[in-house]
Every structure is written in structure tokens, then in C-alpha cells.
Design a protein around this ligand. Sequence first.
Ligand code: OFO
Length: 172
Amino acid sequence: MVSKNIEKALNNQIRIEAESAQIYLAMACWAEVKGLEGIAGFMYAQSQEERDHMLKLIKFVNERGGHAQISKLAEPNVSFKSFKEMFEELYKHEVFVSESINELVHISLQEKDYATHNFLQWYVAEQIEEEAMARTILDKINLIGDDKGGLYLFDRDIVNLTVNTAATGNMP
Ligand code: OFO
């Protein structure tokens, strides 16, 4: 059984994961209309992963005697100055999500809710992976600079990153 306090904190995380899915969906659309198909594919996959993160939390809350709340979401940013700026936003957002997961872990320990604490370890590991991936992408973007040929190759190669993350099994 989850306490009211834990239920509220988990529901807040459900909203954050849902907003993450929307944020990356908007990024996918921006890239797609710009003809950056590889980047769009990557963002669509990221968005789907976030939806899976949300669903995994929803199931957990409902199974533990709570009631998962589907709430109103903040509108995502729909346009970007550059694809670099877009990936910087993705990285910043992932850092924010990690902080939010850390806070959840902290609350679960305070409440001695070891089941929730154990459940959250999957998210802790996932965030390490996502932050590392975002940093790797930003490093590559900084290498490319303004080189159009570099952008072409980046857009082509990011597909492999999408495949790799899908293969590591992020499904709930
Ligand atoms: Fe990328 O954040 Fe979910 O957990």
C-alpha cells in the first residue's frame, strides 16, 4: 500500500513523464518538417520511451492501492532556433527529470517505503543512461559546428542511437 504522500509524489512523476513525452513529440515534429528525418525518428522514439515510463508508474501506483491521476499537461515548446538548441533543451530536461527521481527516492526512504524505493531504482539507472546519451549527442553536435555535411551525417547516424536505446530494453 502506498501512503498518500508517496501517491502524490508518484502522481507528480506521472505528469512529468507525460510532459516529457509531449516535449519530445514536439521536437520530433519540428525536426520532421525541417527534413531532419533521423533526428525526428530519434525524438519519436524518445517520446515513446517517456510514455512507457509514465505507464510503468501508472501500473505501479494502481497495483499498490493508489489511484494514478491523468492530469492536465503543460504545453511544450514547439519551435527551436537550431537543432543544437533543441538537444540542449533535451539534456536540460533530462537533468530536471533526474532531480525529480532523486527527490522521489529521498521521499520513499523518509517514509520507509522500500517497495517504492526498489521500484524507483529502474528509473535511477534509466536516468544515468539518458543523461549520458544526451551528453554524447551534445559532444557530437559541438564537433560538427556549422558544417552542413556534418549535420547530414549526424542526422543519418543518430538512427543507430535510436536502435541502441530501443535494444537495451526500456519497455516497462
Ligand atoms: Fe527521460 O525521463 Fe523518463 O524517466
